[in-house]
Design a protein around this ligand. Structure first.
Ligand SMILES: Nc1ncnc2c1ncn2[C@@H]1O[C@H](COP(=O)(O)OP(=O)(O)OP(=O)(O)O)[C@@H](O)[C@H]1O
Ligand SMILES: Cc1ncc(C[n+]2csc(CCOP(=O)(O)O)c2C)c(N)n1
Ligand SMILES: [Mg+2]
Length: 348
């Protein structure tokens, strides 16, 4: 018998969703609730739809992130979910709750961040991304809720459920840098902001200070690989998902949804993450960097699986494979110390 007096603080997010979703009506869907986004039938095709909430002091601090950073981040995390379905974003709807003391400058900056993220989406997909509506309310803290809509342009949607034995597991985008940026800020070591024309350091050598600035930038303004979902769909990827709660946690979700087991090949070296970690904890740099790579969420990298022999699209790196003949849902090759991941309600 389930004890309904248990509080949600005693449950993992996945357990909580398993209590909520079965109670809800599904309506007409092409891809149902449970993936990065739903795909809904429309008279002349389909619409991809997802929603995400960001809460002050839970997802961001106003001392660390400007209004523009928050607008960018909330838009990007939704566009990343759209991309994970193999789709292009088309429109956003914005719910905004603010205390009356919020300055007008903050609100205008927030709108600017949203606009910049829409422009980046439009650049990536070659078609406009707009803001079609929203709602305002007052509250004790800032809370932002964004709903994103997208279009598959005739492509078959990618889901978390299609990975098959023998597939290559690959990732596009950065891993662990958002967590590293957060760790720097938490330690009171906020780096200088990168200039607007900042360089992507992810593949080049850089000084420890530059890596710290880069991580701080990724925390405030994540750079999801927005074209990667469409490229993955175009080469027939078998499954995809955006990584918001940490690689290992989200990989486990993909493995369970697909009913497969996955072997992860941990990276040999992580020079950028290690240099940041050593600046925070000189004797534990490698372990800390490793845990950010395995568990840090919010870079919004794209995880995808490809039939073996498929040439990986630009930007993807192989990080593992789907095992043959293994019990569904298991992950191997993972250091449990490095692999916790984020859970809002505590028991993850
Ligand atoms: N309150 C809720 N009611 C109904 N469905 C929900 C609710 N919260 C989450 N879901 C659904 O549960 C599934 C898992 O949610 P989760 O937030 O982990 O995934 P996600 O949307 O990919 O996360 P992220 O936005 O951080 O990438 C999603 O399909 C989501 O639509
Ligand atoms: C101030 C501050 N403290 C902690 C964190 C870390 N954090 C918050 S939510 C989340 C996972 C994704 O959540 P969701 O699934 O709701 O998108 C992570 C890694 C942060 N970003 N800012
Ligand atoms: Mg997601």
């Amino acid at each position: 018998m389930t004890n309904l007096n248990r509080t949600i603080g005693q449950l993992a997010e996945d357990e909580l969703l398993a209590r909520i979703i079965p109670q809800l009506p599904a309506g007409r869907t092409v891809i149902d609730n449970g993936d990065d986004a739903a795909v809904l039938p429309a008279d002349d095709g389909s619409v991809v739809a997802c929603t995400d909430v960001m809460v002050e002091d839970r997802h961001f601090r106003t001392a660390w992130s400007t209004g523009g950073d928050i607008g960018w981040r909330v838009a990007m995390q939704n566009l990343s979910d759209i991309s994970a379905m193999g789709a292009a974003g088309t429109q956003l709807l914005i719910g905004l709750v603010m205390p009356p003391s919020t300055t007008l400058a903050w609100v205008e900056d927030f709108a600017r961040g949203l606009r910049q993220a829409c422009e980046a989406g439009a650049f990536a997909w070659g078609s406009p991304v707009g803001v079609a509506g929203g709602d305002l309310s007052g509250g004790e803290k800032i809370m932002v809720s964004v709903t994103a809509l997208g279009s598959l342009c005739g492509r078959k949607p990618l889901t978390r459920a299609g990975a098959r034995p023998g597939d290559t597991v690959a990732v596009a985008g950065t891993l662990g840098f958002s967590a590293a940026g957060l760790a720097l800020a938490t330690a009171g070591k906020i780096p200088a902001r990168l200039a607007d024309d900042w360089q992507d350091l992810s593949e080049s050598g850089a000084s420890a200070d530059q890596w710290a600035q880069y991580a701080w930038h990724i925390y405030r303004r994540p750079q999801p690989p927005l074209t990667a979902g469409v490229s993955a769909a175009d080469v027939g990827a078998s499954a995809a998902m955006d990584i918001s709660d940490g690689l290992v946690r989200d990989l486990g979700r993909l493995a369970r949804a697909s009913g497969v087991s996955i072997e992860l090949t941990p990276p040999c070296d992580l020079p950028g993450l290690v240099s940041i970690a050593e600046s925070l904890a000189p004797s534990e740099g490698k372990a800390l960097a490793n845990s950010w790579w395995h568990s840090g969420g919010e870079d919004h990298a794209l995880l995808a699986t490809f039939h073996s022999g498929t040439e990986l699209p630009d930007g993807f790196t192989a990080i593992g494979r789907v095992l043959q003949d293994c019990e569904g849902g298991a992950l191997t090759g993972i250091d449990p110390e490095a692999a916790r991941g984020w859970d809002h309600f505590g028991q993850g």
